[in-house]
Design a protein around this ligand. Structure first.
Ligand code: SF4
Length: 95
């Protein structure tokens, strides 16, 4: 089943630790040494909402991978929302 959700990456907070990459391969290292989100196909759209903020909307079955990446990020640079109307960050998703 596919789900529509939004992955927000605050590159200002990102410290280039890359814990996210091993949880979700849509995260990648950009030329500036910080994380970025790769848009895999037309089921996703990406926009830059601020100088250092990237928001990508996905409609697929990989929300769990995105949530794992958000949980793994030590500086809470990643958040996932649009699932059950809530936001899943590292703190909000400790079940
Ligand atoms: S885990 Fe967080 S700090 Fe590390 S690269 Fe990914 S977004 Fe940046």
């Amino acid at each position: 089943m596919t789900t529509e959700y939004e992955v927000r990456l605050d590159r200002d907070r990102c410290d280039g630790i890359f814990a996210c990459l091993v949880r979700d391969d849509r995260f990648a290292e950009a030329a500036d040494g910080l994380a970025t989100i790769e848009v895999p196909n037309d089921s996703a759209t990406s926009e830059r909402t601020a100088e250092m903020e990237l928001v990508t909307t996905f409609d697929d079955d990989r929300v769990d991978a995105a949530r794992q990446a958000a949980r793994a990020c030590p500086v809470d640079a990643i958040s996932v929302s649009g699932v059950d109307g809530g936001t899943n960050t590292a703190e909000a998703d400790d079940e």
